[in-house]
Design a protein around this ligand. Structure first.
Ligand code: BG6
Length: 497
């Protein structure tokens, strides 16, 4: 019996800021991601300090901004889509750049060239029978809103955002069936600059970076700061629910999903204290889905806010808005798991944004991300039980440093092994009764890394000849995983060898 449903959406995922390039071309404006600069191969995460923005502006002419170049998808999309089609893609995840349509976010009408660009991309995808899966906001925020409103911290951003979101639904609803509202919505509480364009030192000093950058609850010492990020999160929940309701009313053929970073946790020991911490952190991870899929804030988070002095300015009628804007499916990124201890003194960094402990039973990627397909199977089962909604796995994959050999080939058997194990886990979850509708591994074509802001951390089936400084031909070539994934898709996941 076939393990994957016959219309399973095999594909790959990208985002506008990480692939498009075409900076300022045809009137495109700048987003906050255009101000993140490359700081060398050893910088593990570029989103921690406010100084980034001030320096980026001061030294704009000399710094290196890889997101402004992307991989030149803006000009090469036809060639890229042809390669995806050659692999047999059924689904391609991309995002629309807000600033390509509304350069500052303040304009009343969109830029026609930007509007046309996405029509062209969707047309090209459909020509190859590839279903677009579109993220409405993949972190990107017009820089104007950072300057005017401190990003998503302010509710003033919502009407501008709704203008953009309603426009894209109205304009593209007949070409795009699957939509996601905010990419990894939980990132706004982990890395407020990345997820929300928020500068935390607007009215209080920015705490040391080690207190930020965690998908977990912050330690006691920095909890008060969470009023910034949870206020911003509230505004994103509102915008998301409003556009889901609007799409349900005006474009019933469209399906709208949330998108969160799934993070599976194990308690370090069977001690009740460790088990409780793991439970608490799991609830925190699921909270982002709870609000978007169930349509309300769970009671425990409100009591967490009360106990920690986090005063949220609730948006008018927010309960009704959330209840009316429940998503149609759950979507997630999944890269790694980690281990929880109740001991606050014993916290290490796991991956780019997570505090916790490493699991001694699990291997690391070369970036320290722990490879754990079993956790994906467990989490998929938990998500089924909690939400009973279709699940679209829209990010997963292995980042690696890669250089072509003397024949120009990349033999990425490590990537094949990683993806094979995760596809196996998904097949098992489907056999467990989980309704997984698609799988789009991250960075199906090499692109600019989000945390490293560089080209050298690569995820693709397709190699792009570009380095961190922007040197190279930008030519595309097929890695070994390209041929392997083509076979996987052709056999609908039956042949994973
Ligand atoms: C997710 C993001 O967090 O992980 C992507 O949605 C990102 O934008 C991906 O690129 C992988 O992270 P990184 O830092 O390895 O590029």
């Amino acid at each position: 019996m076939a393990r994957f449903p016959k219309d399973f959406l095999w594909g790959g995922a990208t985002s506008a800021a990480q692939i498009e390039g075409g900076r300022c071309e045809d009137g495109k404006g700048l987003s906050h991601l255009d101000y993140v600069y490359y700081r060398g191969p050893k910088t593990p995460c570029n989103f921690m300090v406010t100084e980034n923005l001030e320096k980026a502006r001061r030294e704009e002419d000399v710094l290196n901004f890889p997101n402004r170049r992307g991989i030149d998808f803006y000009h090469r999309y036809k060639e890229d889509i042809a390669l995806l089609a050659e692999m047999g893609f059924k689904s391609f995840r991309m995002s629309i750049s807000w600033t390509r349509l509304f350069p500052t976010g303040l304009e009343e009408t969109p830029d026609p060239k930007g509007v046309e660009f996405y029509h062209n991309v969707f047309r090209e995808l459909h020509k190859h029978n590839i279903e677009p899966l579109v993220t409405m906001i993949h972190y990107e925020l017009p820089i104007t809103f950072v300057d005017r409103y401190n990003g998503w911290y302010s509710a003033e951003i919502i009407p501008y955002c709704m203008k953009y979101l309603k426009f894209i639904i109205d304009e593209y609803k007949d070409e795009v069936k699957y939509w996601l509202t905010f990419n990894e919505i939980n990132m706004v509480t982990a890395v407020p600059w990345l997820g929300g364009g928020i500068l935390l030192d607007r009215d209080r000093p920015l705490p040391p970076p080690q207190f930020r950058g965690s998908l977990r609850f912050p330690p006691e010492t920095s909890r008060a700061m969470d009023r910034f990020s949870h206020q911003a999160l509230h505004h994103q929940f509102i915008a998301s629910a409003m556009i889901v309701k609007y799409a349900h009313e005006t474009a019933p053929q469209c399906l709208i999903g949330n998108m969160f970073n799934l993070h599976h946790l194990y308690p370090e020991t069977p001690s009740p204290a460790d088990a409780y911490r793991a439970h608490e952190e799991t609830e925190f991870n699921m909270f982002f889905c709870d609000v978007m899929a169930k349509g309300y804030y769970p009671a425990w988070i409100k009591s967490y806010y009360r106990k920690n002095g986090i005063e949220i300015k609730w948006y008018e009628n927010y309960e009704e808005i959330l209840a009316q804007g429940k998503v149609d499916f759950i979507s997630l990124s999944y890269y790694l798991s980690s281990v929880v201890t109740a001991d606050p003194e014993r916290q290490e960094k796991v991956g780019s944004f997570i505090r916790g402990l490493k699991n001694p039973y699990i291997a690391d990627s070369e970036f320290g991300w722990q490879i754990d397909p079993t956790a994906l199977r467990i989490s998929l089962n938990e998500l089924r039980d909690r939400f009973n909604l279709p699940i679209y796995i829209v990010e997963n994959g292995l980042g690696a440093f890669e250089k072509p050999d003397e024949n120009g080939r990349i033999h990425d058997d490590y990537r094949i092994a990683y993806l094979r194990a995760h596809i196996e886990a998904i097949a098992e979850a489907i056999e467990d009764g989980v309704n997984v509708i698609g799988y789009t591994p991250w960075g199906c074509i090499d692109l600019v890394s989000c945390s490293l802001v560089s080209m050298s951390k690569r995820y693709g089936f397709i190699y792009v000849d570009a380095d961190d400084e922007g040197n190279g031909t930008y030519d595309r070539s097929r890695k070994d995983s390209f041929y392997w994934y083509k076979k996987v898709i052709a056999t609908n996941g039956e042949d994973l060898d």
